[in-house]
Ligand binder design. Structure first.
Ligand SMILES: Cc1cc2nc3c(=O)[nH]c(=O)nc-3n(C[C@H](O)[C@H](O)[C@H](O)COP(=O)(O)O)c2cc1C
Length: 171
C-alpha cells in the first residue's frame, strides 16, 4: 500500500512529526512530501495523510491552499490529518476550522501531534508571538520564562503512534 504523508511546516516541527509518523509504517511504502517544495500527485497514493501547523489560528498558508485545491480529491480518498500547534487545547477548534466538513467527516483520523514553543528558533515578530503564546500558557508575568514548562507542548509521540495504529486498522 502506498501512503503519502504530505505536510506543510513553518519552522520544521511538522516535518519532524511527519518523519516520526513515517517510521510507524514499516510494512507500507511511504512517500514523504512537503507542500510547496515537492510536486504532489495524489493519484499516486492509496492513502494520504496531510499534516500542517497552525499560525494565527489557521493552518499555514501552503496547507490552506493545498486543502482548498485538493478538497474533492481528498474527500474521495482514504485520508487522515494531523496538526501541530502551540495551544494544544485549541486543537479541535483548529481542526474544524481548517478542514471542510466533507474532509472532517470522512477522515480516517484527525490528531494533534503537539508542537513547539521554543521561541529561540524564531526571529522578529514570529519570536514575539511565540513568546506571547508561551507566556499565556505559563500564566504570563515577568518570570514566566523561569517557571516550570510542564504545560508547554512538545511532540506527542504517543499521539503519533495512536494515529498510525488507527490508520493501519482502516487500510
Ligand atoms: C507566527 C506564529 C503564529 C502562531 N500562531 C499560533 C496559534 O494561533 N495557535 C497555536 O496553537 N499555535 C500557534 N503558533 C505555534 C505553532 O503552531 C507551533 O510553534 C508549531 O509547533 C509550529 O510548527 P511548524 O514548525 O511545523 O510550523 C504560532 C507560531 C508562529 C511562529
Amino acid at each position: 500500500m502506498k501512503i503519502g504523508i504530505i505536510y506543510a511546516t513553518g519552522a520544521g516541527t511538522t516535518r519532524e512529526c511527519a518523519s516520526l509518523l513515517a517510521k510507524q509504517f514499516s510494512r507500507h511504502e511511504i512517500i514523504l512530501q512537503e507542500i510547496g517544495k515537492d510536486i504532489i500527485d495524489l493519484d499516486a497514493f492509496d492513502v494520504v495523510i496531510v499534516g500542517f501547523s497552525i499560525r494565527m489560528g489557521k493552518p499555514v498558508k501552503a496547507a490552506r491552499r493545498f486543502i482548498k485545491a485538493n478538497k474533492d480529491k481528498l474527500a474521495g480518498m482514504r485520508s487522515g490529518y494531523f496538526i501541530c500547534c502551540g495551544l494544544v487545547d485549541c486543537f479541535e477548534e483548529y481542526a474544524q476550522k481548517a478542514l471542510p466538513k466533507e474532509l472532517y467527516d470522512s477522515a480516517m483520523d484527525i490528531a494533534c501531534f503537539g508542537g513547539s514553543l521554543d521561541y529561540t528558533k524564531f526571529k522578529g515578530f514570529d519570536r514575539l508571538l511565540v513568546r506571547t503564546i508561551r507566556n499565556e500558557i505559563l500564566g504570563g508575568g515577568d518570570n514566566a520564562d523561569q517557571r516550570s514548562d510542564m504545560a508547554l507542548p512538545t511532540i506527542f509521540e504517543i499521539n503519533i503512534s495512536q494515529f498510525a495504529d488507527s490508520v493501519k486498522q482502516k487500510i
